[in-house]
Write a new protein. Structure first.
Length: 126
C-alpha cells in the first residue's frame, strides 16, 4: 500500500471518519484513545487505522523529544547558552509531519509512515 493508494470506496467512508482521523493526529493521544475505546468508532476501519497509527507516531515523538531535550541541554551547556537561542526549533519539528498526516487523513487517504507503518503491520496492530 503506497501513500496515495488504498482509498476505500466513497460509500465506506463518512465525513465523520475523515474528521476523526484528522483529530487523531492533531490531538494525538486523547482522540485515538477515544476512538479505540468507543465501540462504534473502533468498528470503522478508517478511524481505527489512523488512531493506531497516530498512537504509534506519538510514541516515536516522545522518544524524539527526550533525545532532543538531551541534545539541547548538552549543546547549550557546551556553547555557554549561545546555541540555546537557535535550538528551540527542535521542539516544533515534529509538528510538520503530524500536520501533513492529518491533512492526508482528512483527504481520505490511508497514509504509510516510513518504517512505523511496516513495523505496526508486522506486529499485527494494523
Amino acid at each position: 500500500m503506497t501513500e496515495a493508494s488504498a482509498t476505500p470506496p466513497a460509500g465506506d467512508m463518512t465525513d465523520n471518519d475523515r474528521l476523526m482521523a484528522l483529530l487523531a493526529y492533531l490531538i494525538s493521544v486523547i482522540v485515538p484513545l477515544i476512538i479505540l475505546l468507543s465501540e462504534e468508532m473502533k468498528k470503522r476501519p478508517f478511524q481505527r487505522y489512523h488512531a493506531i497509527q497516530s498512537l504509534g507516531l506519538s510514541v516515536v515523538y516522545v522518544v524524539y523529544e527526550i533525545v532532543a531535550c538531551l541534545l539541547y541541554t548538552l549543546l547549550t551547556a557546551v556553547s555557554a547558552g549561545i546555541l540555546g537561542v537557535c535550538l528551540w526549533i527542535l521542539w516544533f519539528l515534529p509538528l510538520i509531519p503530524m500536520i501533513y498526516y492529518a491533512i492526508k487523513a482528512y483527504q481520505g487517504e490511508y497514509v504509510e509512515i516510513p518504517v512505523l507503518t511496516n513495523f505496526m503491520k508486522q506486529q499485527g496492530w494494523l
